[in-house]
Unconditional design. Structure first.
Lengths: 111, 114
Protein backbone atom coordinates (compact mmCIF):
# COMPACT_ATOMS: atom_id res chain seq x y z
CA UNK A 1 0.00 0.00 0.00
CA UNK A 2 1.57 3.24 -1.20
CA UNK A 3 1.70 6.33 0.99
CA UNK A 4 1.81 8.59 -2.07
CA UNK A 5 -1.53 8.91 -3.86
CA UNK A 6 -1.90 9.74 -7.55
CA UNK A 7 -4.99 9.81 -9.79
CA UNK A 8 -5.30 6.51 -11.68
CA UNK A 9 -5.65 8.19 -15.06
CA UNK A 10 -5.39 11.53 -16.79
CA UNK A 11 -6.14 12.25 -20.43
CA UNK A 12 -5.68 15.13 -22.82
CA UNK A 13 -5.66 16.03 -26.47
CA UNK A 14 -2.42 16.54 -28.37
CA UNK A 15 -0.96 19.94 -27.55
CA UNK A 16 -2.82 20.31 -24.29
CA UNK A 17 -1.37 20.71 -20.81
CA UNK A 18 -2.02 18.02 -18.23
CA UNK A 19 -1.01 17.72 -14.60
CA UNK A 20 -0.58 14.76 -12.28
CA UNK A 21 -0.89 15.22 -8.54
CA UNK A 22 1.03 13.29 -5.90
CA UNK A 23 -0.41 13.57 -2.41
CA UNK A 24 1.74 12.56 0.52
CA UNK A 25 1.97 13.47 4.18
CA UNK A 26 4.07 15.20 6.80
CA UNK A 27 6.35 12.16 7.01
CA UNK A 28 7.40 12.18 3.37
CA UNK A 29 6.83 15.07 0.97
CA UNK A 30 5.99 17.37 3.87
CA UNK A 31 9.40 16.80 5.51
CA UNK A 32 11.11 18.40 2.56
CA UNK A 33 12.46 15.20 1.03
CA UNK A 34 12.89 15.41 -2.73
CA UNK A 35 10.12 14.18 -4.99
CA UNK A 36 11.22 12.49 -8.22
CA UNK A 37 9.10 11.59 -11.23
CA UNK A 38 9.39 8.59 -13.57
CA UNK A 39 7.90 7.63 -16.91
CA UNK A 40 7.27 3.93 -17.50
CA UNK A 41 6.27 2.28 -20.72
CA UNK A 42 5.14 -1.37 -20.45
CA UNK A 43 7.96 -3.81 -21.08
CA UNK A 44 10.68 -1.22 -20.71
CA UNK A 45 12.82 0.13 -17.89
CA UNK A 46 11.37 3.08 -15.98
CA UNK A 47 12.92 6.42 -16.91
CA UNK A 48 13.80 9.23 -14.53
CA UNK A 49 11.92 12.29 -15.76
CA UNK A 50 12.41 14.88 -13.04
CA UNK A 51 14.60 14.79 -9.94
CA UNK A 52 14.63 17.04 -6.94
CA UNK A 53 13.58 20.64 -7.40
CA UNK A 54 12.35 20.48 -11.01
CA UNK A 55 15.60 19.18 -12.48
CA UNK A 56 15.51 17.32 -15.79
CA UNK A 57 18.14 14.73 -16.74
CA UNK A 58 19.82 15.28 -20.06
CA UNK A 59 17.50 14.48 -22.93
CA UNK A 60 14.22 15.11 -21.12
CA UNK A 61 12.35 17.91 -22.90
CA UNK A 62 11.36 21.04 -21.02
CA UNK A 63 7.70 20.17 -21.67
CA UNK A 64 7.99 18.27 -18.40
CA UNK A 65 8.11 20.23 -15.15
CA UNK A 66 7.36 19.65 -11.49
CA UNK A 67 6.39 21.59 -8.42
CA UNK A 68 5.92 20.91 -4.73
CA UNK A 69 3.87 22.56 -2.02
CA UNK A 70 3.33 21.34 1.51
CA UNK A 71 2.57 17.63 1.45
CA UNK A 72 1.86 17.43 -2.29
CA UNK A 73 3.73 17.56 -5.55
CA UNK A 74 2.70 17.70 -9.17
CA UNK A 75 4.03 16.94 -12.62
CA UNK A 76 2.98 19.06 -15.57
CA UNK A 77 3.26 18.09 -19.22
CA UNK A 78 2.74 20.85 -21.75
CA UNK A 79 2.29 20.36 -25.48
CA UNK A 80 1.08 16.79 -24.92
CA UNK A 81 2.31 14.35 -27.57
CA UNK A 82 1.28 10.82 -28.52
CA UNK A 83 4.65 9.54 -27.30
CA UNK A 84 3.79 10.77 -23.78
CA UNK A 85 1.30 7.94 -23.36
CA UNK A 86 2.76 6.01 -20.45
CA UNK A 87 2.51 5.42 -16.72
CA UNK A 88 3.94 8.11 -14.47
CA UNK A 89 5.08 7.69 -10.87
CA UNK A 90 6.18 10.08 -8.17
CA UNK A 91 8.71 8.88 -5.60
CA UNK A 92 10.06 10.13 -2.29
CA UNK A 93 11.31 8.93 1.09
CA UNK A 94 9.17 8.37 4.17
CA UNK A 95 11.05 9.28 7.33
CA UNK A 96 8.63 7.64 9.76
CA UNK A 97 8.76 4.29 7.95
CA UNK A 98 12.40 4.65 6.79
CA UNK A 99 11.40 3.48 3.33
CA UNK A 100 11.49 4.83 -0.15
CA UNK A 101 8.02 5.10 -1.63
CA UNK A 102 6.48 5.28 -5.07
CA UNK A 103 3.15 6.83 -5.84
CA UNK A 104 0.23 4.71 -6.97
CA UNK A 105 0.89 5.62 -10.58
CA UNK A 106 -1.03 7.56 -13.22
CA UNK A 107 -1.74 6.44 -16.76
CA UNK A 108 -1.62 9.27 -19.27
CA UNK A 109 -3.84 8.80 -22.33
CA UNK A 110 -3.49 11.05 -25.35
CA UNK A 111 -6.90 11.38 -26.99
CA UNK B 1 24.35 0.20 -17.71
CA UNK B 2 22.68 -2.27 -15.36
CA UNK B 3 21.85 -5.86 -16.27
CA UNK B 4 19.76 -8.05 -13.98
CA UNK B 5 19.82 -11.82 -13.99
CA UNK B 6 18.65 -14.74 -11.90
CA UNK B 7 14.92 -14.50 -12.36
CA UNK B 8 13.14 -17.83 -12.69
CA UNK B 9 10.08 -19.89 -11.90
CA UNK B 10 10.22 -21.10 -8.30
CA UNK B 11 7.82 -22.87 -5.99
CA UNK B 12 6.24 -21.13 -3.03
CA UNK B 13 8.59 -21.28 -0.06
CA UNK B 14 11.63 -21.50 -2.30
CA UNK B 15 14.65 -19.24 -2.67
CA UNK B 16 16.26 -17.29 -5.47
CA UNK B 17 19.22 -14.93 -5.83
CA UNK B 18 19.05 -12.03 -8.23
CA UNK B 19 22.15 -10.29 -9.54
CA UNK B 20 22.66 -6.89 -11.10
CA UNK B 21 25.85 -6.26 -13.05
CA UNK B 22 26.92 -2.64 -13.41
CA UNK B 23 29.13 -1.14 -16.07
CA UNK B 24 30.04 2.25 -17.44
CA UNK B 25 30.22 4.06 -14.11
CA UNK B 26 32.02 3.86 -10.78
CA UNK B 27 29.68 1.41 -9.07
CA UNK B 28 31.25 1.83 -5.63
CA UNK B 29 30.28 5.51 -5.57
CA UNK B 30 26.55 4.97 -5.91
CA UNK B 31 23.62 3.95 -3.75
CA UNK B 32 21.53 1.17 -5.24
CA UNK B 33 17.92 0.00 -5.08
CA UNK B 34 15.74 -2.95 -5.98
CA UNK B 35 12.27 -2.14 -7.26
CA UNK B 36 9.61 -4.56 -8.47
CA UNK B 37 6.42 -4.46 -10.49
CA UNK B 38 3.87 -7.21 -10.00
CA UNK B 39 1.58 -8.05 -12.94
CA UNK B 40 -0.97 -5.30 -13.42
CA UNK B 41 0.42 -3.29 -10.51
CA UNK B 42 2.58 -0.21 -10.08
CA UNK B 43 6.22 0.18 -9.14
CA UNK B 44 7.04 -0.93 -5.63
CA UNK B 45 10.36 -0.14 -3.92
CA UNK B 46 11.72 -3.08 -1.96
CA UNK B 47 15.30 -2.40 -0.84
CA UNK B 48 18.16 0.11 -0.68
CA UNK B 49 21.87 -0.20 0.03
CA UNK B 50 24.33 2.64 0.46
CA UNK B 51 27.49 2.91 -1.62
CA UNK B 52 29.71 1.08 0.88
CA UNK B 53 26.93 -1.19 2.11
CA UNK B 54 26.78 0.30 5.58
CA UNK B 55 23.14 1.40 5.39
CA UNK B 56 20.33 -0.90 4.26
CA UNK B 57 16.56 -0.46 4.19
CA UNK B 58 13.74 -2.85 3.29
CA UNK B 59 10.06 -2.54 2.58
CA UNK B 60 7.91 -4.24 5.19
CA UNK B 61 6.65 -6.67 2.55
CA UNK B 62 10.09 -8.28 2.22
CA UNK B 63 11.78 -7.55 5.56
CA UNK B 64 13.15 -10.72 7.12
CA UNK B 65 12.89 -12.67 3.86
CA UNK B 66 15.03 -10.69 1.40
CA UNK B 67 18.65 -9.61 1.81
CA UNK B 68 20.32 -6.97 -0.30
CA UNK B 69 24.10 -6.95 -0.70
CA UNK B 70 26.78 -5.68 -3.01
CA UNK B 71 30.31 -6.52 -4.10
CA UNK B 72 32.00 -3.32 -5.19
CA UNK B 73 35.05 -5.24 -6.38
CA UNK B 74 32.79 -7.08 -8.84
CA UNK B 75 30.54 -4.09 -9.66
CA UNK B 76 27.57 -6.18 -8.65
CA UNK B 77 24.41 -5.87 -6.61
CA UNK B 78 22.47 -8.83 -5.26
CA UNK B 79 19.08 -9.69 -3.81
CA UNK B 80 18.80 -12.95 -1.92
CA UNK B 81 15.16 -13.94 -1.67
CA UNK B 82 13.83 -16.72 0.55
CA UNK B 83 10.44 -17.94 1.74
CA UNK B 84 9.04 -16.76 -1.56
CA UNK B 85 5.30 -16.23 -1.87
CA UNK B 86 2.94 -15.96 -4.81
CA UNK B 87 2.71 -12.22 -4.19
CA UNK B 88 6.47 -11.90 -4.85
CA UNK B 89 5.79 -12.67 -8.51
CA UNK B 90 7.02 -9.61 -10.37
CA UNK B 91 9.58 -8.06 -12.66
CA UNK B 92 12.52 -7.03 -10.49
CA UNK B 93 14.60 -4.00 -11.43
CA UNK B 94 17.85 -2.77 -10.00
CA UNK B 95 18.33 0.98 -10.11
CA UNK B 96 21.13 3.41 -9.38
CA UNK B 97 20.02 5.99 -6.89
CA UNK B 98 21.67 9.27 -6.10
CA UNK B 99 19.45 12.10 -7.26
CA UNK B 100 16.45 9.98 -7.99
CA UNK B 101 16.88 6.53 -9.54
CA UNK B 102 18.61 7.62 -12.71
CA UNK B 103 19.79 4.35 -14.25
CA UNK B 104 17.65 1.22 -14.44
CA UNK B 105 18.14 -2.28 -15.70
CA UNK B 106 15.69 -3.97 -18.04
CA UNK B 107 14.41 -6.22 -15.27
CA UNK B 108 14.35 -9.92 -14.52
CA UNK B 109 11.15 -11.90 -14.00
CA UNK B 110 10.43 -13.90 -10.88
CA UNK B 111 7.42 -16.20 -10.91
CA UNK B 112 6.40 -17.96 -7.71
CA UNK B 113 4.03 -20.86 -8.20
CA UNK B 114 1.74 -21.95 -5.44
Amino acid sequence: QSVLTQPPSVSGAPGQRVTISCTGSSSNIGTGYDVHWYQHLPGTAPKLLIYGNNNRPSGVPDRFSSSKSGTSASLAITGLQAEDEADYYCQSFDISLSVYVFGTGTKITVL
Amino acid sequence: QLVESGGNLVQSGGSLRLSCAASGFTFSSYEMHWVRQAPGKGLHWISYISSAGANIFYADSVKGRFTISRDNAKDSLYLQMKSLRAEDTAVYYCARGTFGMDVWGQGTTVTVSS
